[in-house]
Design a protein around this ligand. Structure first.
Ligand code: GCW
Length: 686
């Protein structure tokens, strides 16, 4: 059934007759020398994929005996590949990259999928399959690709009871109760999907961590998952609860400078590596939202991180220390805290420690400016943390293509070293010469049949992986590939639905938080509107006022973060300060993020309209965009299977209703401050 389980690895028969003929002539046998688990995975994937796409088995052969061999491997695994003289091309793609090219072997036409490592060959196999899945030509095929970021991870916020924090796709995939004895085909399919987009690590557990994951009982379960993922190049990582030495170690303290605590972690880490020799390391959330951490002992984040880094170093592991720190005290401006706490620590972290920074300074809002930490810590490798699960963007039901958001952040210019110092160049290491690089995406995956809670949420997993491989890729090109692989190559479908995906992010910004508004979601679940509640999490400060984030009053709307206000703006480079700090030059995207604007003020960022009119226009535009998305999708009936067609259609109907809910709630609420009428030309709140 077309329930979405196959993700973008559907491998349905090629329906374009010319392409099918081309592929059948170009692909007549499969030569995969070497028998490592990873090369076997590549061979299995190619067999399955080609059988599906070409409608017939492609026979395995020990060598290229006729035109049309697809030869896969490394110079070490395959003499044929070793003899092809790919030396320079292979050197250029590094350990995980690949070369896929049309060539001749012994006078016969062949396609070679070559790499320096088995996992590179596996990535190359997926790349080759993608060529067919997207109906690309095989003539003169010449692809070479290497990841620009070393660690490309998913962060699962999965709990040991199989609930998923901010998960909207069912339960956790990890069946802790039946592991390690029972496996599940989904573990392998999960690893396949990740490998197909180059994701090479998974942090299995919630950053709000449970120490029990570090007990022998659970580590055996983790090892079982690691065994399934290993052939696909996916390493496992865990979250470390800072107070674990007390909770499961029987110590009286978790002070990172206490020798007994350090010895406990060292022994614990050694025991993990005894079970999982390629264990990746830890992600740590400390001294944030009530989690324990080094500050409990008057130590710094660097003291905490370095304790783990030191114990992990002999095994090649890393610690990823999160910069998302929300103290429980009331700060003047929450968006300043990460920079304030971490910037002074630059240079104090051991070299196998990362600081993992959320894309924006607040918390995964539909739109935020990039975090000012990017560009501000030249001596500390900063990892990007994106949220693939749409906590604040309509969760499972709303269709929002996050490729646009990720691209916007990655292309943002920090100006750290002058123009062109993009966030992408910070995290790929090229701007500051980081020796280590990494990126993390908070997963949207669960045990729903379609993995992600909706068909289109799959695109966000996919786009995250592709951008982790190459943070300079275009989100639009990624959407193009994803649509062809996931739905159909019908050009009219791809054109229309890609355009729809590209507008979907701006749509949600408009109907939820236009013009730089943020965090006006309802408390706790963060799904619907709640500008009257204020505050992000129920566990946050009780004294937070409802208007904390949007600062509506009788005069106007928006958070003054310039020098006359919280001055969060000073955390950015001077050219940005100048542009964003001036009401005449600030872009509309961050207007109310940085400025408190009078209700009737007319600015370039309000297109010369009074702020109130512009706000109304934006909320209406958001609703209109969703209606346009519905029309686009309705026109695709018959081009895709009925099952997924109706699935998407019904969710779009929910989204339209809820876009109106958002608009009506927000405008009615803000109207109680502005006391201005909704201009007649706009749809009135219900
Ligand atoms: O976005 C907030 C979420 C919390 C989450 C926290 C974090 C895992 O509402 O659920 O906790 O961020 O990133 O640590």
């Amino acid at each position: 059934a077309e329930d979405g389980y196959d993700l973008w690895l559907r491998y349905r028969p090629v329906t374009d007759a010319a392409r099918l003929a081309e592929y059948r002539a170009a692909v007549t046998q499969l030569v995969v020398d070497g028998d490592s688990p990873t090369l076997r995975a590549a061979r299995d994937e190619l067999r399955t994929g080609l059988r599906g796409l070409l409608g017939a088995d492609v026979p395995l052969s020990a060598s290229a005996t006729r035109d049309g061999a697809v030869i896969v491997g490394t110079p070490a695994s395959s003499r044929t590949i070793g003899a092809l003289g790919l030396g320079d091309a292979l050197r250029a793609v590094g350990r995980e990259g690949y070369v896929v090219r049309a060539t001749r072997v012994g006078g016969r036409r062949a396609i070679v999928v070559a790499a320096n490592s088995d996992v590179g060959a596996l990535y190359g196999a997926f790349r080759f399959l993608r060529q067919l899945q997207t109906y690309g030509t095989l003539a003169n095929l010449a692809v070479a690709s290497a990841p620009k970021i070393q660690l490309r991870l998913l962060n699962h916020w999965d709990n040991l009871n199989r609930s998923v924090e901010r998960g909207y796709a069912g339960h956790s995939l990890w069946a802790w109760d039946t592991l390690p004895d029972a496996s599940n085909p989904r573990y392998r399919d999960y690893a396949r999907a990740n490998a197909s987009i180059g994701i090479n690590g998974a942090v299995l557990t919630n950053v709000n961590a449970n120490a029990r994951i570090l007990t022998p009982e659970y580590l055996a379960k983790v090892a079982a998952l690691a065994n399934v993922f290993r052939p696909y190049g996916v390493r496992v990582y865990l979250t470390a609860r800072f107070s674990a030495p007390i909770e499961i170690g029987g110590l009286k303290t978790a002070d990172p400078l206490d020798p007994a605590v350090r010895a406990w972690w060292k022994a614990k880490i050694d025991s993990i590596y005894a079970l999982i020799p390629d264990f990746g390391g830890f992600t740590v959330k400390a001294n944030s939202e009530g989690q324990p951490g080094p500050q409990d002992y008057h130590r710094t984040h660097a003291d905490g991180a370095n304790m783990f880094a030191e114990a992990l170093a002999p095994h090649g592991g890393v610690v990823m220390w999160r910069a998302f720190v929300y103290s429980n005290e009331v700060p003047v401006d929450r968006v300043k805290q990460a920079y304030t706490e971490f910037k002074p620590l630059d240079g104090q972290f051991r070299d196998n420690a990362f600081v993992q920074v959320k894309n924006g300074p607040l918390d995964f809002q539909p739109r935020e400016p990039f975090s000012p930490l990017f560009g501000a810590m030249p001596k500390t490798p900063l990892m990007m943390e994106f949220q693939v699960t749409k906590e604040y963007l309509g969760q499972d039901t709303h269709l929002v293509y996050l490729g646009q958001e990720f691209e916007e952040v990655l292309r943002s210019d920090t100006w750290a070293k002058g123009k062109g110092s993009t966030v992408a160049k910070v995290i790929d290491g090229s701007l500051h010469g980081y020796a280590r690089t990494g990126i993390a995406g908070v997963s949207n995956i669960g045990d729903d049949r379609n993995w992600t809670g909706s068909q289109f949420n799959q695109a966000n997993w996919y786009a995250y992986g592709r951008l982790a491989w190459d943070p300079e890729m275009s989100a639009s090109d990624i959407a193009d590939d994803w649509l062809r692989m996931t739905f159909t190559n019908d050009p009219s479908f791809v054109r229309a639905v890609k355009a729809m995906m590209k507008t979907s992010r701006e749509a949600v910004v408009n109907y939820m938080t236009p013009l730089g508004l943020a965090h006006i979601m309802a408390t706790g679940h963060h799904y619907g509107p709640g500008p009257w509640v204020g505050g992000p999490n129920t566990r946050m400060r009780a004294d937070q006022t409802p208007t904390y984030f949007h600062r509506a009053d009788s005069l106007g709307l928006g958070f003054d973060r310039t020098a006359t206000g919280s001055n969060a703006l000073e955390q950015y480079a001077p050219p940005i300060r100048a542009r964003w700090g001036n009401q005449r030059t600030v872009p509309d995207s961050v207007l109310l993020w940085f400025h408190h604007v009078g209700w009737t003020e007319r600015l370039p960022a309000t297109h010369g309209r009074p702020l109130w009119d512009e706000l109304v226009a934006r909320y209406n535009a958001g609703v209109d965009s969703v209606r346009a998305m519905q029309r686009t999708w309705d026109a695709q009936r018959g081009k895709v299977d009925d099952e997924r067609f109706r699935d998407v259609q019904s969710f779009l109907a929910i989204q339209e209703k809820e876009a109106r809910w958002w608009r009506d709630a927000a405008l009615t609420y803000f109207q109680s401050f502005s006391h201005l009428p909704i201009p007649a030309r706009y749809e009135q709140p219900a």
